[in-house]
Every structure is written in structure tokens, then in C-alpha cells.
Design a protein around this ligand. Structure first.
Ligand SMILES: *Cc1c(COP(=O)(O)O)cnc(C)c1O
Length: 354
């Protein structure tokens, strides 16, 4: 059957009814791609797969939660929605609000949003306001305003966001034909690790899968409150999507870690950029830096002999957002092309055919 978005596909697992006006851009159904090069770096019998969430309609997994949050906001009679954002939430909220005819207000930390994401929020006509503060400050303001005024909060504190994002877990199981042994995922505000764990447990209760994966979450070293067990007042990392010092879903992320016998660790910006380059140059998959944290994490664990060589198993790395989101970072990571005369001889010389 034709793909009509994830609410249509997984409605029996989601809090929707026949009365819910579904606002969809046909999100979900993103590819699960085998990664031969990364697999070979991890271990002989280990298969690594990439859940390429950058191929959602606005280029990140946020669309999974947003189709639910905006549909439910419309069902509840809302006229306006609001979010704080490191970028992708605002891009997604702006697009789905445009589609639904809702007003969308976005608070962003000044100067800290990747160019592609800012362009998206603006082109979809959200009311974008930059504050002189970081993401955590922006979220505090949004919580206060949405508590008092008739504006629906669409950050991942909105339970429908998490519900929509559980579908990532269902898809991974459906695509693999079984649950993965390990799920590796970047952690920022910690909504997505919460959602995946909830999704796996729900699929098990429904009898769709037998076992549950181990959950591995990775924060950026300069923005690793869960790893360091303390709020980070001034988080720092080039991975702007996970530059968060006080995650809203802190406790449920710890629960996912502990119940699954997994871990939450940190990776440095250097490790993130290394994985970012391996993904693009060896696997052909272009992601934004935050997404590469899931791959950087398993490469780090492999170096520390975390994975037992003798067992055959599957690891799924969630690649949360598309590389085109952050063109500045891409340009910083490449060598500028050479400029040569427009002559056959010059081209041949440059490519070594002479
Ligand atoms: C939002 C986001 C994250 C972090 O997800 P949380 O649910 O906040 O932990 C990671 N990567 C990208 C690309 C994102 O947009």
C-alpha cells in the first residue's frame, strides 16, 4: 500500500482516533542502510545499520513527533504553537504548522542555529525570535509562556512528540525483521532515546518482538550533563543539535539506559567529526554533526573492547538529521576545489591522466 505517513501506518500504537485531523507530510519510512565499512571497524561478526532520519520531509527525525503534536494541537482547537529550538524542532514545527494553518512561534539561541535550519523556519513563515541566551534559557521561557497563554508547546515535553517518535523503533524492527541487539543514538534533550525505548517496549507488549535492544546514548563531551551527573550551565560543542545542558527528559533517558542494561557516554567534537567524515566518505551518507555522535560512540566503545567479538549481532545507529542542515560545518570539513584553466590538458593533468 502507498505510504501515507507514520500515523496512518502505526495508528493502533498511537493516541489518535477517527476524529484526529491528521497533518502529515508523509514522514517516516526512512531507509535502514547497511554500513559495511563501519561494521568492519567495529568487529568481524557485527553488522552496523544506519537509520537515516535525515530523509524525513524537513530533514530530521523531529517530523515523527511533529506530525503527532500538530495533529493533536489541531484536534484540541489550538490556533498557535510554540517551541524553543536548537534548529530542527523549529524547522519541523514551522513546516507542519504551515500545512495545518497554525501560527508558529520559535525561540532560538542567538547565533547558535545551523544555517539550513534557520532558513527552513523562516521560509515556512514561522515567527522566529532569537534570544540572548542558550537553548535551556529558551525552553524555560517557552514553558512559562505556554503555561499561561493559549499557545501549545511543541517541544518534546509535549507527550505527543514522544509518542510520534516511538515509530522509529517500530520501523527499525519491521525493517530488520527482528529487534536490533543494540540501538545507538545521540542524546540532547533526551526525548528521542526516551521515545525509542518506549517504542521497543510497546512493540514487545504487543507481541511484535521478543527481545529488547540495549540502549546506547551519546552526548557531546562539552554538553554531557547525564554523563557528568550535573547540569552544564554553558554547554559547548560543534554538534549544535545536542548542545543542551539540562535535558528535559533526563530521568527517562536514565531509565532507558538502566532498564536496557545499556549506557550513556560522551564523545568529543573530534570523535564526532571523525565519524561525520567516515559516514560521508566511506558510506556515502551525509549527516549533520550531532547525528554522527551515534557512530562516534560505537567506534569509541569498540576501541575499548566493549563489543564481544565472538557474538554475531546487529547494531542500529540512529542518524538524526541531514548533512545539508549545516553547510558551514561541511565547508569547514573539506578542501576547496582547485581552480584551473578551462582546457582539456589542464583537466587531464589535474586528474593524473598525463
Ligand atoms: C533534536 C536532535 C537531536 C537530539 O534529540 P533529543 O531528543 O533532544 O535527545 C539529535 N540530533 C539531531 C539532528 C536533532 O535534531
Amino acid at each position: 500500500m502507498k505510504w501515507q505517513g507514520l500515523i496512518n501506518k502505526y495508528k493502533e500504537y498511537l493516541p489518535v482516533s477517527n476524529k484526529t485531523p491528521i497533518v502529515s507530510l508523509n514522514e517516516g519510512n526512512t531507509p535502514l542502510i547497511f554500513a559495511p565499512h563501519i561494521s568492519s571497524l567495529i568487529g568481524e561478526k557485527i553488522k552496523v545499520f544506519l537509520k537515516y532520519e535525515g530523509l524525513n520531509p524537513t530533514g530530521s527525525f523531529k517530523d515523527r513527533g511533529m506530525t503527532m503534536a500538530i495533529s493533536k494541537a489541531l484536534e484540541d482547537g489550538a490556533h498557535a504553537v510554540m517551541c524553543a529550538s536548537t534548529g530542527n524542532t523549529s524547522a519541523s514545527a514551522a513546516a507542519y504548522s504551515a500545512r495545518a494553518g497554525l501560527k508558529c512561534i520559535v525561540l532560538i539561541p542567538k547565533g547558535a542555529i545551523a544555517l539550513g535550519k534557520l532558513a527552513q523556519a523562516l521560509i515556512h513563515k514561522a515567527h522566529v525570535i532569537a534570544i540572548d541566551g542558550n537553548f535551556d534559557d529558551a525552553l524555560t521561557l517557552v514553558k512559562e509562556i505556554t503555561n499561561k497563554y493559549p499557545v501549545t508547546l511543541v517541544n518534546s515535553l509535549n507527550p505527543y512528540r514522544i509518542e510520534g517518535q516511538t515509530t522509529g523503533a517500530y520501523e527499525v524492527c519491521d525493517q530488520l525483521g527482528s529487534p536490533p541487539d543494540i540501538l545507538s543514538i545521540p542524546v540532547g534533550n533526551a526525548g528521542n532515546i526516551t521515545a525509542y525505548w518506549k517504542g521497543f517496549k510497546r512493540y514487545q507488549e504487543a507481541g511484535k518482538i521478543e527481545s529488547l535492544p540495549k540502549m546506547l546514548g551519546f552526548q557531546a563531551a562539552g554538553a554531557a550533563p547525564i554523563v557528568n551527573k550535573k547540569i552544564i550551565e554553558d554547554p559547548k560543542t560543534i554538534a549544535t543539535a545536542i548542545k543542551i545542558g539540562n535535558p528535559a527528559s533526563w530521568q527517562s533517558a536514565e531509565a532507558a539506559r538502566d532498564e536496557s542494561n545499556g549506557l550513556i557516554d560522551s564523545v568529543t567534537d573530534e570523535e564526532i567529526l571523525n565519524a561525520y567524515k567516515i559516514l560521508s566518505s566511506k558510506e556515502g551518507v551525509f549527516v549533520e554533526p550531532a547525528s554522527a555522535a551515534s557512530v562516534a560512540g560505537i567506534l569509541k566503545l569498540a576501541q575499548n573492547n566493549y563489543f564481544t567479538e565472538n557474538d554475531e549481532y546487529n547494531i542500529v545507529c540512529v542518524l538524526t538529521g541531514h548533512g545539508l542542515k549545516d553547510p558551514d560545518r561541511a565547508i569547514k570539513s573539506i578542501e576547496e576545489p582547485v581552480i584551473i584553466p578551462a582546457k582539456v590538458e589542464s583537466v587531464l593533468k589535474e586528474i593524473g591522466f598525463e
